[in-house]
Design a protein around this ligand. Structure first.
Ligand code: SME
Length: 154
């Protein structure tokens, strides 16, 4: 089980006092990507219009630019407002393969201070079954600690 203690501390320190969502998203994607070898793609999709996600800051190979809420793992997380853990992307109906090497994935919804959906945090791994409930808890806590702060604006 990866240890999120240090990276969580670095992220909250880096984002302290910053209310720009993009600046925080870029910092989080960078820190998580640096911290864990099995994080092969880390990035955010933002809600730019009703029922539509558009790519935001990310680290890794090419990411698809737009994802409607009714498509993919990202769409499922946005539509349900719940974290999606996918042990084998090939068995997830409607999975969008931005990279052919991805085997497993976790997508966490990102909420603002008033509970509005800002977007999703998406992490892909080239390893099968790379994510579990502990990862979900840690990533949800990071997103709440940063994006749930008063004054955060998309
Ligand atoms: N696999 C995602 C799409 C984004 S890429 O992973 C960067 C999905 O199914 O929604």
């Amino acid at each position: 089980m990866p240890d999120y203690t240090e990276v969580t501390g670095r992220i909250t320190a880096l984002c302290e006092g910053e209310t720009d969502v993009i600046a925080c998203m870029a910092s989080i994607a960078c820190e998580l990507n640096q911290e864990f070898d099995h994080y092969d793609w880390v990035g955010f999709y933002r809600v730019t219009e009703p029922q539509l996600l558009k790519i935001g800051p990310y680290q890794g190979t090419h990411g698809c630019l737009t994802i409607p809420f009714d498509r993919g793992v990202c769409g499922a997380a946005a539509k349900t407002g719940t974290t999606q853990i996918v042990a084998d992307v090939n068995s997830f109906p409607g999975h969008i393969a931005c990279s052919t090497t991805t085997q497993s994935e976790i997508v966490v919804p990102v909420f603002g201070p008033d509970g509005q959906l800002f977007g999703v945090l998406d992490v892909d791994s080239n390893q099968p079954d790379a994510f579990g409930a502990e990862d979900a808890k840690a990533l949800e806590a990071i997103c709440a600690a940063v994006f749930g702060r008063p004054g955060m604006k998309p």
